[in-house]
Design a protein around this ligand. Structure first.
Ligand code: HEC
Ligand code: HEC
Length: 244
């Protein structure tokens, strides 16, 4: 219950910031002079995002909301389209992005991709050593006996992602990571076909997901957070969301 109340408060303050800074004014000039007068800078546009994601997309001390900064622009853009068009579900985000035009979403994606705020230190580990080891093995080597590909084969050896559309997986909370893998497994998150992450997630069981999420969330900030160059990894599966 407390969490729900906290979420509602976040959402309301974000909505207030979003609309009071006239974010929609640029794309709907007929909305009236009062809104049009607000300066349409990128800083004003992302005010409504800051309550949950931080002013530079660094994340907040909430233990679910994801870091956005430094992820490849193509990845962030795909997510904004997915929330707007319903392939990803989180009502506050679906609501905020409804009706925003592609070009506008692209500019926000470019903004957060270019930000490089420091990473927060990893949270305390909540699982035992054996579980952490399983997570490490799946991430770095996969499990050939079950056809699970190593996560590093697409997300990069340092887990910083690959341009233009594969995200880094560091600096995210364990709860967020496990929710995303669960969402793919159950079909509430999807990407354009072929949905390689859907295929990967459906090979994982609950224990794998707990282990992977705990391991990834335990890792320190990467020395060089920049995603690797497009086409520099040989991906084991085709991904419809990735166009090199
Ligand atoms: C009320 C809090 C809240 C607000 C306001 C909000 N977000 Fe989010 N955002 C979230 C949460 C929570 C998720 C993860 C949802 C899920 O479980 O899929 C998310 C996910 C995202 C993602 C996908 C991240 C990833 O790594 O896949 C992007 C991109 C994003 N938000 C951008 C924005 C932008 C841009 C704004 C402002 C226009 C915004 N968000 C406003 C809470 C918020
Ligand atoms: C064949 C390539 C490929 C492999 C292998 C792969 N991924 Fe992914 N992953 C992707 C792509 C592409 C995306 C972006 C999907 C989208 O646009 O929503 C992604 C996104 C993700 C996300 C979402 C991150 C966020 O910020 O919301 C998570 C979590 C993830 N992968 C975890 C894993 C794990 C764990 C493994 C190993 C078990 C793995 N991936 C293996 C290609 C891959």
């Amino acid at each position: 219950m407390r969490n729900v109340a906290k979420l509602c408060a976040f959402f309301l303050s974000a909505l207030f910031a979003f609309f009071s800074f006239g974010v929609l004014a640029a794309d709907a000039p007929a909305r009236g002079a009062a809104l049009e007068r607000a300066p349409d800078t990128m800083q004003a546009r992302v005010m409504g995002c800051a309550a949950c994601h931080g002013a530079h997309g660094e994340g907040t001390d909430n233990d679910y909301f994801p870091r956005l900064s430094g992820k490849p622009a193509g990845y962030l853009y795909n997510q904004l389209l997915a929330f707007r068009d319903g392939r990803r579900k989180y009502p506050p985000m679906n609501y905020l992005l409804a009706y925003l035009p592609d070009a506008y979403l692209k500019q926000m994606a470019d903004y957060f991709a270019g930000e490089r705020p420091p990473f927060a230190p990893p949270a305390a580990v909540r699982v035992d050593e054996k579980t952490l080891d399983l997570g490490k093995t799946l991430v770095t080597k996969g499990d050939a006996s079950r056809n699970v590909p190593a996560c590093v084969s697409c997300h990069g050896a340092a887990m910083t992602g690959m341009e233009p559309a594969i995200p880094g997986l560091l600096g995210l909370h364990a709860d967020y990571l496990s929710a995303q893998l669960g969402a793919w497994r159950y079909g509430t998150r999807s990407t354009v076909a072929p949905d390689c992450m859907g295929q990967v997630a459906k090979l994982l069981n609950d224990r794998d997901i707990t282990a992977i999420a705990a391991y990834l969330a335990s890792l320190p900030a990467p020395a060089n957070p920049v995603p690797v160059a497009a086409g520099s990894l040989r991906m084991p599966l085709a991904c419809g969301s990735v166009h090199n």
